[in-house]
Structures are given as C-alpha cells and as structure tokens.
Design a protein around this ligand. Structure first.
Ligand code: AMP
Length: 404
C-alpha cells in the first residue's frame, strides 16, 4: 500500500509518499510560501531533488503541483494517482475528541474546524489540505493523525492548570501536548530496541529540535508532557520561551506597550536560543559563537541543557524512577555537546553517558555506559512513517469490517 502523508502549515504543504510494506520512501517534497508571489516547490529525494519557483495561490494550487510532480516528469515516483491507496493527514489539535487516529468523515472535519480556536494556523491549514485532496482524489480514504491524541491518557492532575476551574469548563483550557506522533514513535522503538515490552518500562522521551518537548511514558502510557494548551509551554526552544513566570507577560506588555499579538510574537518567535544569544535559533551557529568566546551564546547553550535536565528530574519524580531516556530530533540526534551537558552530573541518579558512544553519528543507538542503570538511547524520529502506518492500519481495519 502506498500512503501519501501530508503536513499542511499555514503557508506550506509538506508531503511524503511511503510504501508501507517495504517502509520505502518513494518521494517527498515541500511547497513553501503558498499564497505569496515567492512560492516555491522542492520535490524529490537527495540528488534528485529539484526546486522550482512557481506561483501557488492557495493549498489547492499546491496540491495540484504536488500530484503533478508525483506522477509526471523526470522525478515522478508513480505513473498515476491510482497508485496512491490512501492519504494520512497530520493534524495538530484533536482536543478531547480524538485519543487516536481516525478515518476522516464529515464529523471529523467538523471537529477539526471547531478545534481551530486552539491551533488556529495549523488546524485551518490541515482543513485546506483535506479539501484539496477531496477535490483531486475524491475516492481515496483519508486518515487524520493528531499530534495531541497520544496525551489523552494524561490524568487530570497533569493536564489541568491551577487557574479558575470555569476556564476549563468554558474554554476547554487544559494541557493537550504536541509532538505526540514523535513521542509515540520513539517510545515504541525504544522498547523494540531493548527487546522488552513497553508495558514493563518507565521511559522519558525527549524531542529536542527547534521545537522541544518531553514526555513521561509510564508502562506504555503517557502520564505527563511538557507542551501545554499550545506548543509554547515547557522547555526552552529555538525561538520559543517555553514556561516562564506568567507575571512577566503583563509586565513586558505594559512597559513596552505591546499588544497581545505582539507579545505572542515575542514569546513564540523572538525568545529561546535566539532571544538569549541574539545570534540565531540554530544551535550550530550558537555552538560556533560560543566556541569563539561569545558569552551569550554560551549562556543560551547552558540554559537549553538545564531546561532539559530539570524536566528529567520532574519526570523521574512523577514516575518514581526511569529505565530509559530517549533523545530525538535535530539537536537530540546530532548534538554531541548538548547531550554531554544534559547528562553531566546525573551519575548519582544512575544515568551515565558513555563519552565514546556519544560521538557516534548514525541510526538508532545506545549511548549510556554498560554499567549505567538507566539506558540512554538516540532514536531518529520518523513521524511521517508513523502517520503512514496509522493510515494503513485504519484503512485496512475499515475495509475488513465492511467485508464482515
Ligand atoms: P529540528 O527542528 O528537529 O529540525 O532541529 C533543528 C535544530 O537541530 C537546529 O537548532 C539545528 O541547529 C540542530 N542541529 C541539526 N544538526 C545539528 C548538529 N549536527 N549539531 C548541532 N545541532 C544540530
């Protein structure tokens, strides 16, 4: 079965075509700056990648280009749309309605729309992607895979905020979490890597990239996570502040004369590594600057690692211990120095990094010492494969139940 995985952002459309039986990536690409005069389309894998500037006025236009690129020209992956069996859509917010991936029907579309208030840019964009697919491929089954559904197992003591209860009742303000597909994937892969049932393990999963989040997975069940009502909460990130004293927000608004959308911009786009270093949100640039003696770059590095360290402590306490810590995403997978700083001084907790193994670069790997009580793993995330797999399973189940 070939599954087209779509990830629609407000001005972008990312896609991968995956064969589920062989786990092969057949094609991938991204349409960017959709809706502007400068839109472009990158299509193809590695050496076959081509980038063209092409006007795309909306997601419908972008989808048309994607389907053309998949089926026509030198870099085509398939001969016709008949070779796409199903479509999986990444949806950021599933609220309380979806604790798992589902086949898309009118009810699901209505709820994604209703939940757009909690994730305005993302859910609306996903709906545009769904509409475009309905238009060009009306007969293909579509599945919604929600970033938030993995966290529907959180107990109320973890998902409620200590603010007046009426805001939960009136506006559904609570923790929903994000990056759920990535956390679910690396938790499952960690158990598979160790050849132990996930139900026997206490796992802390760390998605550390430009966006950062951590999750406590207790015996296969997510019990706490660092992102909240929105992906702004929790750890310090590339441009996002993560959790800060909430009183800072009205203070800055008052003293700088900022509106709500301006302060939102400050906390989402001008904070984190970028805000502290004043150089970049990209850890590689910050690393170079800190090695050249830039104090603020060094501070940004230390704050980022300290933020991860503090959540490790929280989740060890929440679960009464930890067996496995898993790292993924740009920083978690690639940055040896950041991993060294995160795990420095944790030997008394039974967490011991192997400095030689920490230098290894590729693939799923163990980077703790043989004697470390807690296993530390690096597992490259694969959210697209997870979306394709969910899509395959749900479409398959649905076809089987129709035959019964
Ligand atoms: P992601 O959001 O998962 O794409 O991760 C992006 C972040 O990973 C950026 O801050 C990059 O600087 C960082 N990153 C990627 N590769 C490396 C590397 N080799 N060393 C350090 N940081 C890296």
């Amino acid at each position: 079965m070939n599954v087209l995985v779509l990830n629609a952002g407000s001005s972008s459309l990312k896609y991968q075509l995956i064969n589920i039986e062989t786990h092969a990536l057949l094609s991938k690409g991204i349409c960017e700056r959709v809706g502007s005069d400068e839109s472009s389309h990158k299509h193809g894998i590695d050496d076959n990648e081509v980038v063209i500037s092409i006007p795309m006025k909306d997601h419908n236009d972008a989808m048309r280009h994607v389907l053309e690129a998949l089926t026509e020209g030198e870099n085509k992956a398939i001969d016709s749309l008949d070779e796409i069996d199903a479509i999986g859509h990444r949806i950021v917010q599933g609220g309380k309605y979806f604790d798992r991936s589902v086949l898309i029907d009118d009810f699901v579309i209505e709820k994604i729309d209703e939940l757009a208030e909690l994730a305005p840019l993302h859910n609306k964009a996903a709906l545009m992607g769904i509409e475009a697919c309905k238009r060009f491929m009306p007969d293909k089954p579509m599945v919604a895979v929600f970033d938030s559904s993995y966290f529907q197992t959180l107990p109320p003591k973890a998902f409620m905020y200590p603010i007046p209860y009426e805001y939960y009742e009136k506006y559904a303000i609570r923790k929903y979490g994000a990056h759920g597909t990535s956390h679910r994937y690396i938790a499952e892969r960690a158990a598979a890597y160790l050849e132990e049932p996930i139900e026997d393990l206490k796992i802390i999963t760390c998605h550390l990239g430009n966006g950062c989040s951590m999750t406590a997975v207790d015996h296969g069940v997510a019990v706490d996570t660092s992102m909240g009502l929105t992906p702004l909460d929790g750890l310090m990130m590339g441009t996002r502040s993560g959790a800060i004293d909430p009183a800072i927000i009205p203070f800055i608004m008052e003293h700088e004369g900022l509106s709500t959308s301006e302060i939102n911009d400050v906390l989402n786009k001008k904070s984190g590594l970028l805000g502290i270093s004043g150089i970049s949100n990209d850890l590689r640039s910050i690393r170079s600057a800190s090695e050249e003696g830039d104090d603020r770059a060094q501070l940004a590095y230390e704050m980022y690692s300290n933020s991860v360290k503090k959540y490790l402590g929280q989740y060890i306490a929440v679960m009464g211990g930890v067996d496995v810590i898993v790292l993924t995403a740009g920083v978690g997978e690639n940055c040896e120095k950041m991993r060294r700083m995160i795990f420095a001084g944790l030997q008394p907790l039974g967490i011991v990094l192997d400095h030689e193994k920490n230098k290894e670069r590729k693939g799923e790997r163990e980077i703790s010492t043989k004697d470390s009580r807690v296993v530390i793993l690096v597992i490259p995330t694969d959210e697209e494969y997870m979306i394709a797999r969910d899509t395959f399973e749900i479409v398959h189940e649905n076809e089987s139940s129709e035959l019964d």
